[in-house]
Design a protein around this ligand. Structure first.
Ligand SMILES: *Cc1c(COP(=O)(O)O)cnc(C)c1O
Length: 425
């Protein structure tokens, strides 16, 4: 078959059942023809074009963004939307977003979560669109035109273009590097302070670990220096761990501990270990938080109403200590034995079970893992593709030519669909 044998867009459209406006039909017909040309180029038959167009017409109203089953065991999977959200009924219509129901006057959108957040952290706090925005806002408001001292070991890239030196440059602050990659001492910070210094910045190296001959001051040591020299200490904590996970062998800085150790300002993500929607929190000294709140860029980075609703939900659950209702946290805390029982409950033939490892992911806790049980059977890329083609799609992992299924990240309501998908292999 040759390109010349393909019908024109006109002809294809004229033969289609007219269930949508012509211009949209033309777009879909072009997509069908482009796909057919690709198939011909690959030496394949183009298939039934009328049928292909009818298919596209049928699925034209189906959203591209949809539910998937995460069977990878990576809890904060960057490609799968980071933290799965706690349940809440999304408000589609009007709400009291910026309306005070008591007085009938104007309200503030952050009133829905701010008091709870402050109860949780013990400090004033505001929220913006993500932690990248929070970092930018903090540097822009507190240090533009002046110097920010950072250890050479903390000039990190978080992923997809977020690099501390670049954000710093855009914020208008001047980077003052101190120490060496592997070691920075408190004296290095002390010696770098001058009249231009506006901030001491500490960055959590979220997605990598340094081992061997390394060292850096404790937050409390930096805080003592900062207080003595009257310069604010700002820590970009990254992952926003609000509950101590050291009992599980997870070494992540805890937000409240950093504030208690004397950081004047901290920022962190809401959709990492906090288990909420995409957002970033800035918390700390009341005067600093108030300045950040008044910066014009705060408005540019503000949360939309769905984020406000999801953030209120997760903060309320955290304050009420209802950790089981926050899926990401529940997944982290689930014992391996329970995952084994759930996997057995699927009652699958042809799969074996063995101990494995889940990871928290999302640019946190590198090199650390949680013990789990995985379902396993021989298979490769073909098997993964077949699982992705199910409804809902199942995302799995491959190791040593075996498909691995980790129930840790499968939500309770998804087990029947998962079992049906796995039986197709
Ligand atoms: C993840 C992370 C960021 C970026 O946070 P987003 O919420 O993804 O914008 C910034 N700094 C650190 C240290 C991080 O770990």
């Amino acid at each position: 078959m040759d390109f010349r044998d393909l019908p024109s867009v006109e002809v294809l459209v004229s033969r289609a059942p007219l269930r949508m406006p012509r211009p949209r039909l033309v777009v879909l017909a072009r997509e069908v023809l482009a796909a057919a040309r690709t198939r011909i180029r690959e030496g394949l038959a183009p298939g039934d074009l009328d049928e292909a167009l009818a298919d596209r017409v049928r699925s034209a109203g189906t959203p591209s963004l949809r539910e998937v089953i995460n069977a990878t065991g990576v809890i904060l999977h960057t490609n799968l939307g980071r933290a799965p959200l706690p349940c809440f009924q999304a408000l589609h219509g009007y709400s009291n977003l910026e309306f005070d129901l008591e007085t009938g006057g104007r309200g503030k959108r952050d009133s829905h979560f701010r008091p709870l957040l402050e109860e949780l952290l013990g400090h004033p706090a505001i929220a913006v669109n993500n932690n990248a925005a929070a970092t930018y806002l903090a540097l822009h408001e507190l240090a533009a035109g002046g110097e920010v001292i950072v250890s050479r070991g903390e000039l990190v890239e978080i992923g997809d273009g977020f690099r501390i030196p670049e954000i710093m440059e855009r914020s208008g602050a001047i980077l003052r590097e101190v120490g060496a990659t592997n070691k920075t001492r408190i004296q290095d910070y002390a010696q770098a302070i001058n009249e231009q210094t506006r901030l001491i910045l500490r960055v959590h190296p979220s997605n990598f670990r340094m081992v061997g001959f390394t060292g850096k001051p404790e937050v409390s040591e930096l805080a003592a220096l900062a207080r003595e020299r009257r310069i604010p200490l700002y820590e970009d904590i990254g992952s926003g761990c609000l509950i101590d996970l050291k009992g599980l062998g997870i070494e992540e800085p805890v937000v409240q501990e950093s504030l208690a150790a004397g950081a004047d300002l901290v920022t962190f993500s809401v959709d990492k270990l906090m288990g909420g929607p995409q957002a970033g929190i800035l918390a700390g000294r009341a005067d600093l938080v108030e300045r950040l709140r008044r910066n014009p860029m705060y408005r540019a980075f503000r949360l939309d109403k769905l984020q406000v609703q999801a953030l209120e939900t997760v903060v309320r659950l955290l304050v009420n200590q209802d950790l089981d209702a926050i899926p990401a946290i529940r997944m982290i805390l689930t014992p391996a034995e329970e995952i084994r029982r759930r996997a057995e409950g699927l009652d699958l033939r042809g799969w074996t079970m063995e101990p494995g490892e889940s990871v928290i992911g999302g640019g946190s806790t590198p090199g650390e893992s949680l013990p789990t049980w995985v379902l396993k059977r021989p298979g490769g890329a073909d098997a993964l593709a077949k699982l992705r083609a199910q409804d809902p799609p199942v995302i799995a992992r491959i190791a040593d030519e075996h498909v691995l299924i980790d129930l840790r990240t499968v939500l309770p309501g998804q087990e029947a669909d998962l079992a049906a998908a796995l039986r197709t292999l």
